[in-house]
Design a protein around this ligand. Structure first.
Ligand code: SAH
Length: 420
């Protein structure tokens, strides 16, 4: 989502202001640091980066801070780092051309609605297009800062989404990645005139775009994984068979404290349904360890879900207390030492599972969509189920979907040869 926000800002600056991208810091007249704030680390990194940019930038180059840390720190950023010229919140990206010329402008209104705003065209990769389908979040997970930085949930009208995808396809994209905090809650809130359309119906509309071959989306919420959605996922040939099902914790009582809205049993039931309807699908997840009050028993529930679902991909984090969240005020915070031990154990067990998953890929064939040239005569792409592939090859494979047979496996990626 942040990458797409950056593309939107680049597009606006390209089309309405005389800016173009440079890879050379010393050449830049404008430096934009687009930030996350889900965990604390990116926030401290922001201030050290501002220091580095100040040291090496051109004398009069401007610095702007945008995104979620901008939303929640606002003018505090300029107080702590007076060299920053403007601050633009995650919900205010469309105002980039307004603030760029205003010294010390701060635009961080989280209720600002640009769900029908049509941005200029810019994509860092012409073969794969990211497209926002909703903004903000309607949940109140007690650990999460996102609702305070990205505001209320609003869905983007489906005709705008389909139109944007058609444009990207006309420009060479065969694959689209739909983006939103809870994509499968799509259609609950529209601010513009729009006939009713839920996520399953949106997927059906999008799959009618001619020339589009692959649809991905992130992230869906386990709570909204109804049968109709999972059946569409399994049966629609354009939908890639890779699904993110963010667990957070395997303990029903902790899930309640997190205000996730589902239980361990519901989560397991949804994953079992995915495995039954679509055995070839890969499932990825997010897990937080050391959430306040997490007992050994609670953590064992998380390990149990890992064991039962055998996620093909795991994003795991130590709980990080965030401002504007309920859990930061909870009394029973877990020590860093215990959280670290749990994270290490979780990740070590997942590595073993991953080794088995990847080793089993040897000699298998996948349909790979090649989208990036790599050094040393290699080209990379992804299989339908999201595995990263490296193959010897060059331009003639770019933008093509071809069968590849796996010749070498590792945890992070597969190597293979193109089948005749
Ligand atoms: N809307 C998505 C979450 C996006 S944030 C969802 O509901 O699943 C991406 C991930 O960051 C979350 O899934 C969670 O695992 C992690 N995360 C969010 N807040 C966190 C915190 N305070 N500490 C540690 N990890 C956190």
């Amino acid at each position: 989502m942040n990458v797409r926000d950056s593309e939107h800002m680049i597009a606006e600056l390209n089309s309405k202001e005389p800016y173009e991208l440079t890879q050379e810091l010393k050449e830049a007249d404008l430096i934009i640091i687009n930030t996350c704030s889900v965990r604390e680390k990116p926030v401290s990194k922001l201030f050290s980066e501002i220091g580095v940019f100040n040291k090496y930038k051109k004398k009069n180059a401007k610095i702007g801070v945008t995104g979620c840390t901008a939303s929640h720190l606002g003018k505090e950023i300029i107080k702590r780092a007076p060299s920053v010229d403007f601050v633009l919140g995650a919900r205010n990206i469309s105002k980039i051309t307004e603030v760029v010329e205003k010294k010390h402008a701060v635009e961080i209104d989280i209720n600002y609605d640009d769900s029908t705003y049509t941005f200029g065209e810019y994509r860092s990769n012409t073969f794969k297009a990211m497209v926002n389908i909703s903004m903000g979040c309607d949940k109140s997970c007690t650990f999460c800062i996102v609702p305070a930085t990205r505001g209320d949930e609003v869905s983007i009208p489906s005709n705008l989404i389909v139109g944007e995808i058609q444009k990207a396809v006309d420009a060479g994209a065969k694959e689209v990645m739909l983006l939103g905090q809870n994509v499968n809650n799509y259609g609950k809130y529209f601010t513009a005139d729009q006939e009713s359309c839920d996520f399953t119906e949106l997927l059906q509309k999008i799959s009618r775009v001619e020339g589009l071959e692959r649809i991905r989306f992130t992230s869906p919420h386990p709570l909204h994984m109804d049968d109709a959605f999972l059946e569409e996922f399994a049966n629609n040939p354009k939908i890639c068979k890779q699904i993110h099902v963010p667990l957070q914790s395997g303990s029903t009582s902790l899930l309640k404290d997190m205000k996730r809205g589902y239980s361990k049993e519901w989560f397991l039931n949804r994953c079992e349904k995915i495995r039954t309807l679509c055995p070839e699908a890969t499932i990825s997840t997010d897990i937080i360890v050391g959430f306040p009050g997490e007992s050994d028993e609670n953590f064992e529930d998380t390990m149990d879900v890992l064991e039962q679902v055998r996620f093909e991909q795991l994003f795991s984090f130590k709980y990080s207390p965030r401002p504007h969240t309920k859990a930061a005020e909870f009394e029973n915070q877990i020590s860093n030492e215990i959280a670290s031990k749990r994270l290490t154990r979780l990740q070590a067990r997942h590595m073993e599972i991953l080794d088995e998953v990847m080793d089993a890929q040897m000699d298998r064939e996948h349909r790979v969509y090649f989208d990036e040239l790599k050094a040393g005569g290699k080209i990379s792409g992804r299989s339908d189920d999201g595995k990263l592939f490296f193959v010897e090859g060059s331009e003639e494979l770019l933008g093509k979907i071809v069968n590849v047979k796996v010749t070498k496996t590792s945890r992070g990626a597969l190597e293979g040869i193109v089948c005749a």
